[in-house]
Design a protein around this ligand. Structure first.
Ligand code: ADP
Length: 532
């Protein structure tokens, strides 16, 4: 079966998972946008309903607020003398009251309304008998005059309230007259007013009344999100433009503005859904991408491991076949008995060497299998390490000699509880590599030392071989790992030697490391702590 390359399989996985995810996220995002638009449209409709209701109520109630101000001649026109003037001079409260309430009281000789004069007199004589508000109405609506200003100053010395309204009314009236307009809404400050000029005065809704009305009505129409206001259509819009504006059917141009109380939080809430969906999609994308990458890496590693395993089986077969074949050939030749004595000696040496190689190889393979299956039992007993190492070095000596290598050792005496066979096996593997990879004429040295206040012992094998590039140094301890491709490899091997050394070091609570400079050689070191 033809295998897809890893790049293609990754591309396939991405297509299968990421493309539908991409389409889904696009749909989800569009959905979220539509939802956001819908939220705003709903809110807009609600604001229109709210504004409409308030505008209708305003239109209904505004006529009630209209008051009339008679246009009093200035300077005043004098009236004719009457007995009523005597009442005004006196202090008969009852007579003064009836004069105040009489519509036919007329004007005094100074041209002042007798009704107002009577009310002022009552206020002077018996302040409790004459409510200021009533007098205010009398002066402003019925008899506006120079007297009105004087009287209002008396009632309202701070110049607030009624007096202010009166002043503003006069200004607006003058303005309307200047413009030649007969009626309409006018803006004075921030508040609109309504005026209508009549023959003998002006009808008006003062700004305070408009404000009050809006407050009253909006108190009945409270809304969580909306803040009502009034403006005139076409008026310069201030910085915060209203969310919706609804016309009021009273005069022209007046409109109820609906503003959002918390525009930011509403916008955030409307956007929230979109953000939530996008976050979810992004999270799903990241998780899927991570998952895909993980699957891809696992598959790749699995594939690589399988390749390495088949390579391993091939190298093991090869490594077994070669020594077995040469042992057989030499044994046959020896059996025939026709060889000269030096060749016989040489054949014996070679058979012994091949035997050692075979037993190392078989030992490695068996141990590897046991360790893999967790069946390797470590038999640790107190051992003298120096003689153990010396014996192993001696076993490897012929191999070194054959490759014209000087094998030396420097061993400190030390006793430690170890699996002696395993330590020996580790050393054989390290020495086998050092010998195998070194060019003839070099030297290989073995050191056994204690250090770190006798807490750790080290066994190292140093060679003057080709060295190992930095990027390979970490990988050579992986099982089956042999750098380069099989055809180009000059040395034989199976790729399990160093992984066994590592397992042995770890089984003793220690580590194995390599220090190597390409071209200069390598040093492999086992560092194992003494058992306490
Ligand atoms: P094998 O020797 O059977 O290939 P190992 O696990 O013993 O397997 O070693 C893995 C690889 O590490 C070797 O193939 C080799 O490339 C590298 N290596 C090990 N020891 C040495 C050394 N002393 N000098 C240079 N390269 C080495």
């Amino acid at each position: 079966m033809k295998r897809l390359s890893p790049t293609w399989s990754l591309a396939g996985l991405i297509l299968i998972v990421l493309v539908p995810l991409g389409v889904l996220s696009l749909l989800a995002w569009r959905g979220a946008r539509a939802q956001e638009r819908a939220v705003w449209e709903d809110l807009g409709r609600e604001a229109e309903l709210y504004g409409r209701a308030l505008a209708d109520r305003m239109a209904l109630r505004l006529p009630e607020m209209v008051s009339f101000r008679a246009d009093y001649p200035d300077p005043p026109v004098p009236g004719s003398a009457s007995t009523m003037d005597i009442v005004l001079e006196g202090s008969d409260i009852a007579a003064l009251k009836s004069l105040r309430d009489s519509p036919d009281a007329g004007l005094s000789a100074a041209g002042l309304p007798r009704q107002a004069l009577a009310a002022l007199r009552i206020m002077e004589l018996a302040p409790g008998e004459q409510p200021a508000r009533e007098l205010e109405g009398l002066l402003m609506e019925k008899h506006p005059s120079i007297l009105t200003e004087v009287a209002l100053a008396k009632i309202d010395p701070q110049g607030t309230g009624a007096r202010e309204t009166w002043e503003q009314g006069r200004k607006a009236l003058a303005m309307l007259r200047d413009r030649g307009a007969r009626s309409g809404w006018v803006l004075e400050g921030a508040t609109p007013w309504w005026f209508q000029l009549e023959q003998s005065g002006v009808k008006l809704i003062p700004p305070r009344a408009v404000d009050r009305l809006l407050k009253e009505e909006s108190a009945n129409f409270q809304h969580r999100d909306f803040q009502p206001g009034l403006s005139l259509e076409g008026q310069d819009v201030q910085a915060d433009e209203p969310f919706r504006s609804m016309p009021v059917a009273f005069g022209e141009r007046l409109q109820v503005d609906v503003r959002l109380k918390y525009p930011e939080s509403l916008a955030a809430a409307a956007k929230g859904e979109e953000r939530r969906i996008l976050t979810l999609v992004a999270l799903a994308a990241v998780i899927s991408a991570g998952g895909l990458l993980l699957i891809h890496r696992t598959l790749k590693r699995e594939r690589k491991l399988n390749e390495m395993k088949s390579q391993f089986v091939a190298s093991v077969s090869h490594e077994l076949r070669a020594p077995v074949a040469s042992i057989r050939l030499m044994a046959d030749a020896l059996e025939e008995g026709k060889l000269p004595p030096e060749t016989v000696k040489e054949f014996h040496r070679l058979i012994a060497r091949e035997g050692t190689r075979l037993s190392t190889l078989v030992g490695n393979v068996l141990d590897h299998a046991r360790i893999e299956q967790g069946r390797r039992v470590w038999k640790k007993e107190p051992s003298d390490l120096a003689p153990l190492v010396a014996d192993t070095v001696a076993v490897m000596e012929p191999l070194a000699r054959e490759r014209e290598l000087a094998l030396s050792s420097e061993l400190q005496a030390l006793e430690e509880t170890v699996d002696a066979d395993a330590i020996q096996q580790a050393l054989v593997n390290l020495l086998d590599n050092a010998i195998k990879f070194s060019p003839p004429g070099g030297s290989v040295s073995v050191r056994l030392v204690k250090y770190d206040d006798d807490r750790i012992w080290c066994l190292s094998v140093q060679d003057e071989g080709p060295g190992i590039p930095k990027e390979e140094q970490a990988r050579i301890f992986e099982r089956f790992y042999r750098p380069g491709d099989e055809l180009r490899r000059e040395t034989q091997g199976t790729g399990i030697g160093l992984s066994l050394v590592k397992s042995i070091a770890e089984a003793h609570g220690g580590t194995v490391t390599v220090a190597s400079t390409p071209g200069k050689g390598s040093t492999f070191t086992l560092r194992i702590p003494f058992t306490p």
